[in-house]
Design a protein around this ligand. Structure first.
Ligand code: NAD
Length: 373
């Protein structure tokens, strides 16, 4: 296995380079692994972030992604109140064509080469089985199957959904005042691992739901389970008459084509990178649409895997026991974080996205590295 750290002068050519602590290139001719691991900032603790596998068109494209995504994780982990820094890894290749156990085990060795500076997790193109393969070579991996007691560990998506639900509560209270969930109508795009459970939470609360997905089977399932749900064609979801739009499918759904169609008061959903460009946040502001920053509202999953990790390494950074209840309570605090974002945005007359960034920076910049986690 060839392991090489890219030099700062090589990285400086990339617009997304932000003084990252380290970007490591890994090539393993035996298994065909070609990957990059990015560690953006460890002021708060070791860098945690998922391992993405995509058929990137070039190494430069993979480096761009690892720089952007690892930086994003620094902000996300800081705002989520986790003593963790930001990191990410990317594997070049089509997961449906070249991924196998040997390749993922080699990736585990690559992760282990950083001796705990980087902790990996599932992301697009990787899943639980890949985490199990990596765990053969490293302890710095999360998203492993639960311990059989239903306590910590296992699929974090329902926890992400709970965080999104908490975020929608914060946003509707801010917009409409107390008891805002009564009579609320929410349009949910994407009924996957997160979106479906979000619908369950909202439905139980009596919220009216309009949903869409490209998979017919999941639409039939939701209609059977929640009979008064309205189903829309995917292309019509943006112009639905509803209070809240919850994008829970793909990134870049808030863009110059979709925003002009929107009559929502709030956008609050699970998807990563919801804004296609930075101008799209201004487009939302011009339409008086309250945007809940994606990385603040969708942090439930990372909080869940962080608890799993701290439990496994038997190191508790919190002043209370590492229980599932404590983890759920931590995810529930997303509601207060979002309230803080709204307040700062109003006080400083900035967008909610910029306010989230400033809050995150106030947490992780100038902070001494937390050691021993
Ligand atoms: P998923 O793949 O399980 O679900 C996505 C759903 O969107 C699928 O049902 C898919 O059919 C549907 N979809 C795809 N294209 C669509 C379209 N054009 N219109 C309507 N529906 C469409 O993914 P997930 O785990 O539920 O994650 C959803 C989003 O939330 C992703 O952007 C993901 O990155 C983000 N996210 C997930 C987690 C987590 O814990 N799973 C955590 C943080 C962020």
């Amino acid at each position: 296995m060839n392991i090489q750290d890219l030099r700062a002068d090589e990285l400086a050519a990339f617009a997304d380079y932000d003084g990252h602590e380290r970007v490591r290139r890994i090539e393993d001719p035996e298994t065909g692994l070609l990957a990059f691991i990015g560690v953006h900032n460890r002021n708060l603790g070791p860098a945690l972030g998922g391992c993405r596998m995509l058929p990137y068109e070039s190494e430069a494209a993979a480096i761009r992604d690892v720089l952007r995504l690892s930086r994003g994780m620094t902000y996300k982990n800081a705002l989520a109140g986790l003593p963790l820094g930001g990191g990410k890894s990317v594997i070049i290749g089509d997961p449906f064509k070249i991924k196998n156990e040997a390749l993922m085990t080699a990736m585990g060795r690559a992760v282990n080469s950083l001796k705990g500076d980087y902790i990996t997790a599932e992301d697009s193109g990787t899943g639980e089985r890949d985490m199990i393969a990596m765990a053969k070579e490293t302890e710095y991996v999360v998203g492993l199957p639960g311990d059989g007691t239903g306590d910590l560990g296992g699929n974090p998506s329902p926890i992400t959904a709970w965080g999104v639900y908490s975020g929608i509560r914060a946003a509707t209270r801010h917009r409409y005042g107390a008891n805002a969930m009564i009579g609320l109508k929410v349009a949910v795009q994407g009924l996957g691992a997160v979106g479906y459970d979000l619908c369950r939470y909202l439905y139980e609360e009596g919220v009216e739901l309009v949903v869409t997905d490209v998979r017919q089977a999941v639409l039939e399932q939701i209609c059977a389970e929640m009979p008064d749900v309205h189903v829309m064609q995917p292309e019509n979801i943006f112009s639905v008459d509803a209070n809240v739009f919850a994008p829970c499918a793909l990134g870049a759904q808030l863009n110059e084509n979709t925003i002009p169609q929107m009559n929502f008061d709030i956008v609050a959903g699970a998807a990563n990178n919801q804004l296609a460009t930075s101008q799209d946040e201004d487009r939302l502001t011009q339409k008086n649409i309250l945007y809940v920053p994606d990385y603040a509202i969708n942090a439930g999953g990372v909080i869940a895997v962080a608890y799993e990790y701290f439990r496994r390494i038997d190191t508790n950074p919190f002043p209370y026991a590492l229980t599932r209840d404590a983890m759920i309570a931590h995810v529930g605090r997303i509601e207060q974080t979002i309230e803080k974002i709204f307040l700062l945005a109003e006080q400083q007359n900035i967008t909610t996205g910029r306010a989230a960034d400033r809050l995150a920076e106030s947490i992780f910049l100038h902070r001494q590295r937390v050691s021993g986690i």
